[in-house]
Design a binder for this molecule. Structure first.
Ligand code: HEC
Length: 181
């Protein structure tokens, strides 16, 4: 009799254990894991798209930032220092020679492609007009985009401040500097 009772109790405990396990499993399957979902990082996606390529593309498509308003307070000494990026191809002295590119003394408001003894590309000759502050700003931002087909092999100055500084310095290279805007 004792043995039988023991078996009954043992069977009861086993059955109870199995039911408990089945219940836990069923709970895992049928109840949504709400706690885990709350631990996810909902802000991650927004941050990633803020730093992503889209914003960079928008800046590129916007074209050169205008610099007219920056010219009066531009840093002329910084502009002169920047001209080191040009001296491989340009001379800035009055009466100086052409190198890979034409002499740039008095270039502000000079007619485009007008240095008599320099052989310009057809693209720049066809461009026409004069080197106003706006034209210089656009050309120096991305020469090949502003004058498609130019033979000036230079990537450009992407920072508006740099363009304002160098254009303000270029303006001083003249017997009779163009008035500031
Ligand atoms: C790798 C050589 C090279 C570099 C570097 C270079 N240029 Fe030029 N640049 C040229 C050439 C070549 C031309 C003539 C382009 C043409 O005929 O299409 C030119 C033309 C120009 C013109 C038009 C001049 C005119 O008479 O119409 C300006 C303005 C100018 N460059 C400014 C600059 C400035 C400012 C820098 C420096 C930030 C610079 N360039 C850097 C080669 C260069």
């Amino acid at each position: 009799m004792d043995n039988l009772n023991f078996n009954k109790i043992a069977a009861g405990v086993l059955c109870g254990g199995l039911l408990l396990m089945a219940g836990i499993k069923a709970g895992e399957i049928f109840l949504p894991h709400q706690e885990l979902e709350e631990n996810a990082y909902p802000f991650e996606v927004a941050e990633a798209s803020d730093d992503g390529h889209n914003s960079a593309q928008v800046v590129e498509e916007a074209g050169p930032e205008p610099i007219l308003a920056m010219l009066a307070s531009a840093d002329i000494a910084a502009g002169q220092a920047l001209s080191k990026k040009c001296t491989a191809c340009h001379v800035f002295d009055k009466g100086g020679p052409n190198k890979v590119g034409p002499n740039l003394y008095n270039v502000v408001n000079r007619d485009v492609a007008s240095v008599a003894d320099f052989k310009y590309s057809g693209a720049l000759t066809d461009h026409g007009g004069a080197w106003s502050y706006e034209e210089l700003n656009g050309f120096l931002y991305k020469p090949k985009a502003w004058v498609s087909g130019t033979k000036m092999n230079y990537a450009g100055l992407s920072k508006a401040e740099d363009r304002a500084n160098i254009i303000a310095w270029l303006r001083t290279l003249s017997d009779n500097p163009t008035p500031l805007p």
